[in-house]
Every structure is written in structure tokens, then in C-alpha cells.
Design a protein around this ligand. Sequence first.
Ligand code: SAM
Length: 256
Amino acid sequence: MLSNISNRLKLIASYAETNDTVADIGTDHGYVPIWLIQNNACRNVILSDINSGPLEKAKENIREHLGDVETDIRQGSGLSVLRPGEADMIVIAGMGGILTSKIIEADMDVALSAKKLVLQPRRDAALLRKYICNSNHFIIVEEQVVRENRKLCEILVVKPSSDNNVHQDEAEVELRNAAAGRGLSDSFLFEFPPLWLRGQGDASALVEYRLRGANTIRKSIIRNGNAPDSEERLREIESRIADISKFLELINIYAV
Ligand SMILES: C[S@@+](CC[C@H](N)C(=O)[O-])C[C@H]1O[C@@H](n2cnc3c(N)ncnc32)[C@H](O)[C@@H]1O
């Protein structure tokens, strides 16, 4: 038995419903599907990876933790391993946000046929949100931040909005309007998504971490004040600090 997995992987797995077929794209160690099977948390799993090394690792872990259970393991890039309608929930975790968006774009018919996609970009989450929002094919219904070791990881739950009418989640719209009312721009809100204003999980910790980072940059610009562009950089970083501070104030108002 797999006695435990990280809070990040556990949270990803928690979005599965008992009747779901869950496809874990870029599964590597295979812990999410193993955890799901062990806990009877879904009907079926599909494990896939572009590389054979990770799939061998996943097979070994399956043998160790599940014994002789037959599992559906596929090698290939992104969603190309799936037929439309095969997976209810698609997990793409631990890859860059740009790669994640390319994987979705390359097999849009498969992505749109799922009930939900659970995305956990390792970096460039803002670019992934921008892609999702501008695609007009999906809505972001949940945003979470969870700590894994010392890293704060962003998780987006995305649903296809194929009925042409529903392009936005109501709760998200209300929070977005509140943020826009304070002058926070769309590009800022790709980095600091409105759903974080609910203050769940470690969202505040990540906002505070970025505020500390911005303050450190401000101090270093002031220390090296003779650089030719330092005035402009100082203006920019102070504007970012002001925006992050407004966002933190909004968390205090809207936290559930
Ligand atoms: C850092 S690991 C993440 C493992 C696991 N999903 C997690 O979140 O802990 C990234 C995995 O994605 C795989 N990968 C990279 N590009 C891929 C693609 N285009 N399609 C499928 N898998 C891919 C890599 O081989 C690697 O095993």
C-alpha cells in the first residue's frame, strides 16, 4: 500500500468522482492513479507519459503498491493517447504552463470531451490562465495553492464551456469585478487569480511570498540607484507592491 502522497498530489486526486475515468498525463511515478485505485476514488485510471523511463517507474510502483492489478498504461505525447470521451477527468501536473497549454491546444477535441481538467503548472501559471481565458472554450471553476515541501504549487480546475453561453463562473466574475473595481488589471489577475480572494489553502501565503519578493527587488533598486533605468524600475515595482497589497486587503474582505 502507498501509505501517503504529497498534499499536492492528494489535492489533485481529490477532484476525482467515483464514476470517473481519470487520465493522468505525464504521470511519471504514477502516484495519483495508484492513490485513486487504492482509495476506490474513481472507476478507472489511464496512466500516460511521453517517455518510457517514467512509465517503467510507474509500472514498478504499481507492482509494489497494488500488486498484480491490470492498469491501462499508454506512451505518447499529451492528450494524443486518448480518444474523445475516454476520460472524465484529465490531470496535467508538474509541467510548465506553456507546455500544458500546448498539450490542450494540440488535442482540443479530447480536452473538450472531458468533464474537467485538473492543471498544476510548475511555472508560468499566469500564461496558462491567459491561454485558458482567451481560448473561450473553458472556464476556471477552482483555484488552489498547496505547499509541497518548501514550494507553493498552483492548481487550476477547468471545465469546458461548450454550451456557448457559459463562459464564466459566477463566483469568479463577482471576485474579478471586485478586483477590477480596485484598479487591478487583467494581466495582474492572470498572475493573482480572483478565486484566490476566497483565501483558501495557501493562497495568502503565496501572495505574501510574492509581496516579500517585490519588496526585496525594491530595496535592491534603491541600493543601486545610479543605474540608468532605476527610476522607471522603481516606479514599476512600487506599482506592483501597491497592487499586491490591494489584493491582500481584498482577501481579508472576501475570505470564506
Ligand atoms: C515533473 S514530472 C511530473 C510528474 C507528475 N505528474 C507530478 O505532478 O508529480 C513531468 C512528467 O511529464 C512527462 N512529459 C513531458 N512532456 C510530456 C508530454 N508532452 N506528454 C506526456 N508527458 C510528458 C515527463 O516525461 C515527466 O514524466
